[in-house]
Design a binder for this molecule. Structure first.
Ligand SMILES: Cc1cc2nc3c(=O)[nH]c(=O)nc-3n(C[C@H](O)[C@H](O)[C@H](O)COP(=O)(O)OP(=O)(O)OC[C@H]3O[C@@H](n4cnc5c(N)ncnc54)[C@H](O)[C@@H]3O)c2cc1C
Length: 487
């Protein structure tokens, strides 16, 4: 394929994950001729699917946050309103060094709204709850004065290390696959520090956030931190009957009906500015367009754009952790009682367990339990996180090692016997670097990158690394960015 002539209104999207596909839809709706270049052979990026024991399962994202109507609105536009389902109530558990505890249902990112809530008190112990309640007497400036601060910095200063280690680290590990000491609190809990300034304490800020707007979505293969974490009635997350990947199927069908050109197996290799817009070289030729949307991961986006937008040179974000998901399909009626609700998040200091989270998928989603049939269960265990030193400690590496580790971990986490013979089928999915890493200062860096890109004209940068992890953040931010681009 040679250089394509620049059609009037031509728009190019790089990346066919949810942000790229949604960008293409918005651009086509605004009257542009859109082409999407995707490096891989499948559409949807982290919203993928795989087949295990004859069941079609989500291989990445499996739910979305209901703190806004962003994802449910998109699903409804695509004809999927009737497929939106809530997970079974019951919430998740946390595995502490001294054993399993029910994860308190009244928090934001594991931070409790009340240190004396009985579930919180059970996890923290008396001393932990006493220390956490000091938060109410500290000046609002504690944890809010500095320009940037980590999740740990905020929680430790206001509520102490027990809240951090027993409640926040397991949830943050499950959601972001990283130690809370490394993550920018303004990126992973947007608005929380402003609410401390308004309401005087972290607990009050959490309460206000629960009344107003809720939590980031659970990501990286963990169970939902807990139901009831947002102000909306019911659960803080929802899913789609049939799996989240059905959203991608519907989006792709919609794009085809809008005559969008979809080119899989076409990685963008370089981007240049032209007199009329943008020129992208790929393995399959050169593409010209007036508008360009870059919807790939952060490191690749900065690499592609630092030539034509020199102001962003040197601002490449760190690559995310390598997440490995082990899916086990088991014939084990012992799991019918759903011993740990929708699953278990593991406190990092818990000895002897390598997984960071376990989702009991057939206990979480009724449609999946029905599809699996009586006595058959789907478990998903996730491995890989960035520790406090910014390293990824080695863990089980090969598929066989991961299978063995997942069986060992599932026995401890679920508190029931699971034999190798009960495994009907299993699979390992690897997501190398796919979870953007919101290191301290990330929000400021991302704002600077976006400003430089906007100044270049006809260019938007979208996706989880700029919007924040999770489908709710990605969908609403992408729509906003495309409105800015076309408006
Ligand atoms: C294991 C896992 C579980 C998750 N679970 C949840 C969940 O339950 N709920 C939730 O809300 N969120 C979840 N998330 C997060 C959510 O999936 C992401 O925030 C969201 O899907 C990101 O979409 P995106 O379009 O920004 O990026 P991606 O999905 O990463 O898409 C980027 C695309 O760009 C393509 N690409 C890369 N380089 C090039 C190139 N040079 N040229 C062309 N194409 C290129 C890639 O192949 C990819 O398809 C999870 C993420 C992971 C990894």
């Amino acid at each position: 394929m040679g250089s394509s002539p620049l059609e009037h209104g031509a728009a190019l999207v790089l990346g066919g994950g949810i942000s790229g596909l949604l960008s293409a839809r918005e651009l086509a709706a605004a009257g542009h001729h859109v082409t999407v270049l995707e490096a891989g052979s499948e559409w949807g990026g982290c919203v993928g699917s795989h087949a295990v024991a004859g069941l079609t399962l989500d291989s990445g994202a499996e739910s979305f946050a209901t703190r806004s109507d962003a994802v449910s609105g998109l699903a409804a536009e695509l004809g999927l309103a009737a497929k939106i389902v809530s997970p079974r109530p019951g919430g998740a558990w946390v595995q502490l060094p001294e054993g399993p505890r029910e994860l308190p249902k009244t928090g934001v990112l594991g931070i409790p709204a009340s240190p004396w809530d009985p579930e919180v008190r059970r996890s923290l112990g008396l001393l932990g709850s006493l220390r956490a309640s000091l938060d109410r007497f500290l000046p609002a400036s504690v944890g809010t004065a500095a320009d940037v601060i980590s999740v740990s910095g905020l929680v430790r200063a206001r509520m102490g290390s027990r809240v951090l280690e027993r409640l926040v680290a397991p949830v943050v590990g499950g959601v972001h696959s990283a130690d809370p000491g490394l993550l920018d609190v303004d990126m992973v809990a947007p608005g929380l520090r402003d609410r401390i300034r308004q309401h005087g304490s972290l607990a009050a800020a959490v309460s206000a956030q629960r009344r107003g707007a809720g939590n980031p979505a659970p990501v990286a293969g963990g169970p939902s931190p807990a139901s009831g974490q947002t102000a909306k009635a019911g659960s803080s997350v929802a899913g789609l009957e049939g799996g989240m990947h059905t959203l991608v199927d519907a989006l792709v069908e919609d794009l085809r009906s809008r005559a969008v050109t979809l080119l899989p197996g076409t990685p963008a290799l370089s981007v240049a500015r032209t007199a009329e817009g943008w020129r992208v070289k790929s393995v399959n030729g050169t593409f010209d367009a007036g508008l360009l949307v870059v919807a790939v991961d952060g490191p690749t986006a900065v690499e592609l754009l630092e030539g034509p937008v020199p102001a962003i040179a040197g601002k490449k974000p760190a690559s995310g952790p390598d997440v490995k998901l082990v899916t086990l399909v088991l014939d084990n009626p012992g799991l019918d009682s759903r011993p740990r609700g929708t699953g278990v998040l593991v406190a990092p200091q818990t000895p002897g367990i390598e997984a960071k989270a376990l989702t009991h998928a057939t206990a979480k989603w009724d449609w999946l339990a029905a599809a699996a049939g009586p006595g058959r269960h789907v478990l998903r265990l996730s491995y890989g996180r960035v520790d406090g030193a910014g390293e990824q400690p080695g863990g089980p590496g090969t598929d066989d090692d991961l299978l063995a580790a997942s069986l060992r971990d599932a026995v401890v986490l679920l508190g029931i016997g699971i034999s190798r013979e009960s495994v009907v089928d299993w699979d390992v999915v690897r997501w190398p670097g796919s979870l953007p890493f919101a290191a301290v200062g990330h929000r400021a860096r991302v704002s600077a990158i976006r400003e430089s890109c906007a100044a270049a004209g006809g260019l938007a940068v979208v996706g989880g690394w700029v919007a924040g992890n999770g489908l709710a953040a990605v969908v609403s931010d992408t729509r906003q960015q495309i409105r800015n681009l076309t408006g």
